[in-house]
Design a binder for this molecule. Structure first.
Ligand SMILES: Cc1cc2nc3c(=O)[nH]c(=O)nc-3n(C[C@H](O)[C@H](O)[C@H](O)COP(=O)(O)OP(=O)(O)OC[C@H]3O[C@@H](n4cnc5c(N)ncnc54)[C@H](O)[C@@H]3O)c2cc1C
Length: 430
């Protein structure tokens, strides 16, 4: 995308083309304007259009340009936060509501894919959260028992079954979550765009919003090139990819950006492919500098970890990736990566996303902490229900909170990027 293979890598090479869209010229008026064409904005637009209101999506670059087109493609249930902790942090009402919404979220994604016939390599064979050492296993035991008490279909696997499912003896166990699965993320976000357009939404790419005027009973958004949108509602879905000059800059100040990269092998020969994740699960591990693993439909292994593929980091992470993969799967020795790319994850201080009211009928949703496919789809739908008047703010899965600036943001972002480089340069195993 935009001539840079390091942004969307394999996903750009294997996704069906994006639907045709053009920059906004002149002036339009709609009920709802959505800023940002990722999972959140496009799910909102699709559901608003299905609800019979007029909606336009304004995207600064291309569909899926942000994290939605760059991620690993793990369609997870829940957050990083332990299930029992959510009610403690949000209170019993919102805690239970959020748990339920995110537990059901993968079903929402896979049903939407089926309903709209989105060609995005959907595989719902579960995910494996793999334990590194006894400490990793203890954390997974707690997570498993908390989900099981809520009736979720998760199961803790011992080291033997983990080895059989992952194809490596590296892990002390794994949490199999049968609600979850994998997709080709850029194909999914493009498919959402196609479905929203078919439902009657307007979508303008290369239309960065750089100004907003309060017209009293409605709003006017201005694009960088002079286009104008008048709307009753504005949904801000820019997460960690706010374009320069975006209104409400305080939203970016709230998120600490964490880099994450992926590298993909060429399609593996059948005999090799059958030795790695033969059940088709997606996987990641319990380390702080975690790594993730999955296969795509063509049998490429997609291997990722924390770090930015820029400056010295690019060579460090690539070398680490080669070594780490050879340790996990010695049978892959000699097979190099064909694609590499990276992006920025928007994190919040407590790993819980944020719902903000930024003014009359202006709402934003952000801060997925690396869990945005299913939550972004679900929260987009929830925002549409708000706009359509089907629910009030008090019925949403999260409370409205004030925007709060992240403490030590530049320092923490530098620390994460440099720290991941140091860990990988120092020879972390995988
Ligand atoms: C490398 C990586 C790996 C990840 N892996 C996973 C995973 O496996 N599973 C998972 O669930 N989540 C994962 N995530 C997180 C997930 O990708 C994000 O949470 C999700 O994509 C956020 O979606 P979004 O629609 O809110 O934002 P985005 O997809 O970032 O979209 C925001 C859009 O807004 C546009 N925009 C910004 N400013 C303006 C403006 N002023 N005017 C118009 N448009 C604007 C941007 O160009 C962008 O396209 C990962 C993220 C990264 C980066």
């Amino acid at each position: 995308m935009q001539g840079d293979p390091l942004t969307h890598g394999l996903w750009e090479a294997s996704a069906p083309p994006a639907p045709d869209t053009a920059p906004l010229r002149g002036r339009i008026a709609v009920d709802v304007a959505v800023i940002g064409a990722g999972f959140t904005g496009l799910s909102a637009a699709l559901h608003v259009a299905e609800g019979g209101r007029s909606v336009a999506v304004l995207e600064a670059a291309d569909i899926g340009f942000g994290a939605s087109g760059r991620n690993v493609g793990l369609v997870n249930a829940g957050l990083w936060v332990m299930p029992d902790e959510l009610p403690q942090r949000l209170g019993p009402v919102y805690g239970q509501r959020l748990l339920q919404a995110l537990s059901d979220a993968p079903s929402v994604v896979f049903e939407l894919i089926a309903r709209h016939g989105i060609a995005c390599e959907p595989v719902r064979h579960g995910t494996l959260h793999c334990a590194v050492g006894a400490r990793g296993l203890a954390g997974l035991q707690r997570r498993a028992s908390q989900w099981q008490r809520l009736g979720a279909p998760v199961r803790l696997l011992d080291a033997r079954e983990s080895a059989a499912r992952t194809g490596t003896p590296a892990y002390a166990g794994a949490l199999l979550d049968q609600r979850a699965g994998t997709i080709q993320p850029l194909a999914y976000v493009r498919g959402l765009a196609r479905a929203a357009l078919a439902g009657g939404a307007a979508l303008h790419s290369h239309s960065a919003i750089v100004g907003v005027d309060d017209l009293g009973t409605s709003w006017r958004l201005r694009t960088r090139d002079g286009g104008e949108v008048e709307a009753d509602w504005i949904l801000v879905a820019t997460n960690a990819y706010a374009a320069p000059g975006s209104p409400w800059p305080e939203l970016s100040g709230e998120l600490v950006r964490l880099p994450y990269f992926n590298m993909a092998t060429p399609p593996l020969p059948r005999a090799l492919r059958d030795t790695i994740l033969p059940g088709g699960e997606g996987a990641w591990d319990t380390r702080a500098i975690l790594s993730s693993l999955r296969l795509d439909q063509a049998g490429r292994l997609v291997f990722g970890s924390i770090g930015a593929l820029r400056g010295a980091g690019r060579a460090i992470h690539r070398d680490w990736g080669r070594r780490a993969l050879a340790r996990l799967y010695p049978q892959l020795r000699g097979i190099d990566f064909e694609h590499e790319w990276y992006g920025w994850i928007g994190t919040t201080a407590d790993a819980v996303p944020r719902l903000h009211s930024l003014g009359r009928n202006v709402v934003s949703f952000s801060g997925y902490n690396g869990r945005g496919i299913a939550p972004g789809t679900v929260f987009g739908r929830e925002l549409s229900r708000l706009v359509l008047g089907q629910v009030g703010f008090d019925a949403l899965p999260l409370p409205v909170v004030d925007v709060a600036r992240a403490a030590f943001k530049p320092w923490r972002e530098g620390f994460y990027e440099a720290g991941a480089g140091l860990v990988h340069a120092a020879g972390a195993r995988w």
